[in-house]
Design a protein around this ligand. Structure first.
Ligand SMILES: *Cc1c(COP(=O)(O)O)cnc(C)c1O
Length: 395
């Protein structure tokens, strides 16, 4: 197991903490809680509508507080431009619908985020867009699927099983076939993985997770070249209307201030807990990139706090969940709080299409998010819950 920690971009801490002067020398940006922005006279208005200057017009498209978050996120990812969204799914749907049209095919890795999967299975066929799911850890399988595709959709590490993909290799392959590459980088954050440096075209996040970091905002973001962001602006972004709100943008700028510090802590605490669980007699498996030897790990500069465990058959998972005191039961992750979520519940989710079922996620897995609490308190909680849920012969 590797303890590597290589906080990307030594400048990241400066990007999030340092700002040029805001009005009146404020050290925090104002919240421009205004739907529209007015113009001094006819000529200024007309010039802006002809495309001159950058004066904001309307907050569904451009808001100065949202722009402040977009500027910082673009700098963290090493991108020319970024767009903020009302949710991660807003970012994902805008990218796919903005870049693809009827007759196109998306190549997508298995074990993507469950609602990304449902979007691809439910919505894309209605627009005549086909999707092919491939094993992302197998470059030969990806290469076979690429000819004729429009988009390669990656998520590394992936949901539930935390499988990784070789970003430089897949980016080069896709480029040779004229396929645009997109990655969901929510797990690593730009602190631990900067996909654009490895040739990926667009990087997106659920900002509801680590970027916000305090479980008080639902938001998303896409970053990449000015050319691709402009393509999204011209095809989908203003019309799908999932723009980041000024107040949420302000919360994200505040959350970003501590992103490098929080990620370091998630890395250290997550690794410490994963390591101890791997040595615990009641745990069969820990699904965490630190415990794999996949080549796709090479672009990760550290580990975040999200991974899965497989308790032994002797552990009753319902009893284990009910015995947890520090860990709360719930979806999402990336905030200050530690969370547990049992796969057997996710597998039973109502509504038909289910990525966990289709990709064969084991019902015995429990996903853990290691938050910012004391490691020893979290470890004591897991130990007592495992002891309390051990049965003579399982369930
Ligand atoms: C939560 C999540 C999303 C969706 O983001 P929302 O902000 O909930 O819309 C996408 N990808 C991953 C990996 C996620 O965890």
């Amino acid at each position: 197991m590797s303890g590597k920690l290589d906080v990307a971009g030594k400048g990241a801490s400066t990007i999030v903490a340092h700002d040029d002067a805001y009005p009146f020398g404020a050290v925090v940006p104002p919240i421009f809680q205004s739907s529209l922005f007015t113009f001094a006279d006819y000529d200024e208005l007309a010039a802006r509508f002809r495309g001159e200057g950058r004066h904001p017009i309307y907050s569904r498209v451009d808001n100065p507080t949202a722009a402040e978050f977009e500027r910082k996120l673009a700098a963290l990812e090493g991108a020319e431009a970024a767009r903020g969204f009302a949710s991660g799914m807003g970012a994902i749907s805008t990218v796919i619908l903005g870049l693809c049209q009827s007759g196109d095919r998306v190549v997508c890795v298995r074990h993507v985020y469950p609602d990304s999967y449902r979007l691809m299975r439910r919505l894309l066929p209605r627009f005549g867009i086909a999707v092919e799911f491939v094993e992302g850890g197998d470059p030969v399988a990806v290469a076979r699927a690429l000819p004729g595709a429009r988009l390669l959709y990656l998520e590394s590490p992936s949901s539930w099983v935390f499988g990784t993909q070789e970003l430089p290799r897949l980016a080069a392959l896709a480029r040779s076939h004229g396929v645009v590459t997109v990655i969901d980088n929510s797990w690593a954050s730009p602190i631990f993985q900067r996909p654009l440096e490895h040739g990926i075209d667009l990087v997106l996040h659920s900002a509801s997770k680590y970027l916000g970091g305090h479980s008080d905002v639902v938001a998303g973001v896409v970053a990449g070249s000015r050319e691709l962001i402009t393509a999204l602006d011209e095809t989908a972004f203003p019309y799908l209307g999932a723009k980041l709100s000024p107040l949420d943008a302000w919360l994200l700028v505040r959350g970003l201030r501590t992103l490098p510090l929080r990620m370091r802590r998630h890395h250290e605490s997550g690794l410490a807990i994963a390591d101890r669980l791997a040595g615990h007699p009641a745990i069969v498996r820990v699904l965490h990139p630190a415990f794999s030897n996949e080549p796709g790990r090479a672009t990760l500069g550290g580990w975040s706090g999200l991974f899965a465990i497989e308790p032994a058959e002797s552990v009753n998972i319902r009893a284990f969940c009910n015995a947890l005191r520090m860990f709360k039961l719930g979806v999402s992750w990336g905030g200050h709080e530690s969370l547990a979520f049992p796969a057997e519940v996710g597998l039973q989710q109502a509504g038909g299409i289910n990525s966990m079922r289709d990709f064969g996620v084991s019902a015995r897995l429990v996903r853990l998010h290691i938050g910012l609490e004391e490691v020893e308190d979290l470890w004591a909680d897991l130990q007592q819950a495992l002891a309390a849920s051990a049965t003579e012969k399982g369930r």
